[in-house]
Write a protein that binds this ligand. Sequence first.
Ligand code: PLP
Length: 409
Amino acid sequence: MPRINEHYLNLQASYLFAEVKRRTQAFREAHPDARVISLGIGDVTRPLPPAVVHALEEAAREQGRAETLKGYGPYVGYDFLRAEIAAHDFGSRGVDVAVDEIFVSDGGKSDSANLQEIFATDCVVALMDPVYPVYADSNVIAGRSGRADASGRYAGFTYLPCTAENDFLPALPDRRVDLIYLCYPNNPTGAVMTREALQRWVDYARAHEATILYDAAYEAYIRDADVPHSIYEIAGAREVAIECRSFSKSAGFTGLRLAYTVVPREAHGRTARGEPVSLNTLWLRRTSTKSNGAPYIVQKAAAAVYTPDGLKQVRTLIDYYMENAAIIRDGLMAAGLTVYGGHNAPYLWVRTPAGLSSWEFFDKLLTDAHVVGMPGSGFGPSGEGYFRLTAFGSREQTEEAVARISARL
Ligand code: PLP
């Protein structure tokens, strides 16, 4: 028998989603007449924008004719899409990103999980707490974590607590770190980082020769003018930051699958002997070795997002979810709860009422209001005492969930 990668055994069981599912299922079985509303999982519910559907149909027809059939495409994505991304997502904000710095992929989850591969195993990783679990787990598998303690913390990681006390903006690390995962707008807290705060991180990374892996999957939800949409709006970021984006939550592509990562030409790592190596070249090498690119049809659909109709329709989609966010925020605050997020993000981060842990509040809402959310402690120890609700439900379900919670607190 071949030996396995034993780092996999250091992963903690996917407790959060499994346990939420188990408790919800048990409740449904005990109360078959209850209409349970889920505002827990962060998946979209609105249909794809018509411009996207039209592009999918056209591209499918192209694939149905020998003259227009597209086989294997470029590993890194078609230039027709990369050019739209460069112009609309960056150029329109005065940020220069070149087409060959954009790597199109089938998802932000895989990009954020895979980026660590181009760095050495002994790199020290800094993670926000609470955190999107993919950053942690991919580094556990790579052997950077060691074992978890009883609270679920890995000795090998540097945790950056994000709580109401620091406005969910972590303090700079107090020990040397090499890779820093930042996610803004944040999942799960719904917090955003101001330009000044992000500048401090870029300055820190430059001073300490660290690289920031910046996850901007929820960038489309930013409303406030002083919140940067891209880390490259910050002076000096091109040397020290890689940015991931996704079409999942902006244009509803969670099922279609499309995302991209920007690796600027100025970004470098080093060999053991100290020679600089381009991260763009490494990521290109890794991508071309392991992927044959995202589907042509889906890239055509993504390009349709940047047409005048597509832009308008995506804006309508996001406005819909953000109205849900306002309904949840205003409703729960009126009911006396303390609510964070929801202004520039589709997530609401709710303080559990005094004396209730995250899981106790989960049980209370499920039992009394038949509403499912996510216990904050499942995203990390600093999430204890919080609860996540998403704005991705239908309007009707969102309104009803808020009414039920408010009536039963
Ligand atoms: N990054 C964050 C912070 C997310 O919350 C998610 C999805 O929930 C993703 C990335 C994954 O996006 P994708 O659907 O492109 O894999």
